[in-house]
Design a protein around this ligand. Sequence first.
Ligand SMILES: Nc1ncnc2c1ncn2[C@@H]1O[C@H](COP(=O)(O)OP(=O)(O)OP(=O)(O)O)[C@@H](O)[C@H]1O
Ligand SMILES: [Mg+2]
Length: 228
Amino acid sequence: MIKFTNVSKTYGDNTHALRNLTLEIKDGEFVFIVGPNGAGKTTLTKLMLHEELPTSGKIEVNGYDVVNIKKRHIPHLRRTVGVVFQDFRLFEKMTVFDNIAFAMHVVGTPKRVIKKKVHTLLKLVELEGKGGSYPYMLSGGEQRRVALARALANNPDTIIADEPTSNSDKNSSEHLMRLLAKVQEHNKTVIVITHDLSAVKRLDKRVITLADGAVISDIPGGDNDEEN
Ligand SMILES: Nc1ncnc2c1ncn2[C@@H]1O[C@H](COP(=O)(O)OP(=O)(O)OP(=O)(O)O)[C@@H](O)[C@H]1O
Ligand SMILES: [Mg+2]
């Protein structure tokens, strides 16, 4: 579960990125977060990962008290959240296989297990046969799918995709949204930050709208599990 309670974040003296925001996202939900530039969307992500601290308020992510978390627990918290960054952040000198395997190596996963898992993930993101390619050999849409596979590698509870479809055409953005919906079916919480209102309309999911650091609307999806 992800829970923000009365969270404010002020950068410097007077940039109020979040203003007394309260928000709850249940396990297994698929949520769109929309809103204009500067509304506070990326700040939400940074707070969840303990990359930034709030000025006030309480933040709970997958059982961790993110504000008061002990330093040594931060890597554990971050392992529960897979992030697909807008600029992918792939390792250019590593193959697709190694990009996806990297996070598993870091935590000491046996080679045999890694091989199997990478294979499964490549299949999930429909990039079978691309394991030996380098990122520069892939289209932007394919690179994005590698970033999604990498984010899923350590089996996180939550996936956050920040602007996953910017600069992509209609087909590739529909493809990625379909994959994200598939990720939700694997019992993961999926948070998609986007300006792509056509994607939001197409998928009947919960939509949280932020403006000026506050939630201005929160509309439940027609297909959220809890409501069925
Ligand atoms: N590190 C920082 N230092 C100072 N101000 C910041 C910092 N990060 C964000 N801000 C400010 O906080 C506000 C919210 O920024 P944020 O990046 O969360 O917006 P956003 O909703 O993600 O916008 P966009 O749609 O453009 O990505 C903006 O006014 C921004 O200028
Ligand atoms: Mg942003």
